[in-house]
Ligand binder design. Structure first.
Ligand code: UDP
Length: 319
């Protein structure tokens, strides 16, 4: 007998990670209900998906989504990815960020109760703030300045985690939390202000590559396909109710080294220009402990930074 089609609701479906996730679930035969208000998501990210019969889309704020919008659907899984996530958005649309991660999360948790869905909250490495423990395991509670510019994102994600854990305790929801570390790849906005897109933008316009601060701060960059492998496993495997798992890459490099990788790939000298940090609480280092992801999800990022950057540079037609 043919298995019934499962349905996943993905918020942020027109966003960078959400659009890749929607594509992956359609490929796996799921019905996908995408939700996005296009505040930072891009219509072109879902253009190819819109042609597929199992893709449904609502242009709406997460906070405004009600059971009546979904009356004709059954929903097996909800993945809450909707949220502006670039540090430049933290100054531009702070209240939107707070709202979608707190009120929006609560509203989706209530939908999950109603539809008896599994729920995944997309949290972030930013919950660790400027970490005093390195690398960061899921057990670390973080070092966040509750009043800093970044706090609108960090604290909103932390409260989103709190809601998710609360609803699990109170209502016995199958609720899970993923902490996503720096991710890059096709479907990012060129103007999103993050380091990899800023470097690409500078290359395209022939400007010096902007390096904030001394460039010795580190990040661990994950190509989006690897991240989507991990997310898909976390969303579909049984028995992971209540788990919080880091996902990303554990290959840590400094921003100065990232510049060197760009020079190697593009095979030409590039100028760089140091600028002041835009946020004083810019984390000095960041690398996930991936032991849990490896054990519980069989997760193993496969794409090297050089390979992933070549794919990304091709997407932006730089090479
Ligand atoms: N950064 C940089 N040049 C840029 C943009 C960012 O040197 O044009 C630095 C930034 O200060 C941070 C790191 O790169 O230390 C990663 O920044 P991003 O905005 O990509 O993400 P974050 O990890 O801070 O959320």
């Amino acid at each position: 007998m043919k298995k019934p089609t499962k349905t996943i609701l993905i918020t942020g479906a027109a966003g960078f990670i959400g659009s890749h996730l929607a594509d992956r679930f359609l490929q796996q035969g799921y019905k996908v209900i995408g939700v996005d208000d296009f505040s930072t998501g891009q219509p072109e990210n879902i253009k190819p998906l819109a042609k597929q019969p199992l893709f449904n889309f609502f242009q709406i704020k997460v906070e405004d989504l009600t059971p009546s919008h979904l009356a004709n659907h059954s929903i097996d899984v909800i993945a809450h990815l909707a949220s502006p996530a670039s540090p430049v958005d933290f100054d531009k649309i702070p209240e939107h960020i707070i709202s979608v991660n707190t009120i929006g999360t609560r509203s989706l948790l209530n939908l999950a109760r109603r539809f008896k869905s599994r729920f995944l909250f997309a949290s972030t490495s930013e919950v660790y703030g400027d970490p005093l423990v390195h690398p960061q395991p899921e057990t670390y509670w973080g070092n966040v300045n509750p009043q800093g510019i970044r706090s609108v994102y960090d604290e909103a994600k932390r409260l989103g985690e709190t809601y998710t854990a609360l609803y699990r305790r109170q209502y016995k929801l199958d609720a899970r939390i993923v902490r996503i570390f720096n991710t890059y790849g096709p479907h990012m906005r060129l103007n999103d202000g993050r380091v990899i897109t800023n470097f690409i933008k500078a290359v395209i316009s022939g400007q010096p590559i902007p390096i904030y601060g001394d460039g010795r701060q580190t990040r661990s960059f994950c190509f989006v396909d690897d991240l989507v492998d991990g997310l898909t496993a976390f969303l579909t495997l049984d028995g992971l109710d209540g788990q919080t798992i880091n996902l990303g890459s554990d290959q840590e490099i400094s921003i100065n080294q990232l510049f060197d990788v760009f020079v190697r790939i593009l095979k030409k000298p590039l100028a760089k220009k140091h600028r002041p940090l835009i946020h004083p609480d810019d984390p000095k280092k960041r690398r996930p402990v991936l032991t849990k992801a490896k054990k519980l999800l069989n997760y193993q990022p496969k794409i090297s930074l050089a390979e992933g950057l070549v794919k990304t540079l091709k997407y932006f037609k730089v090479i």
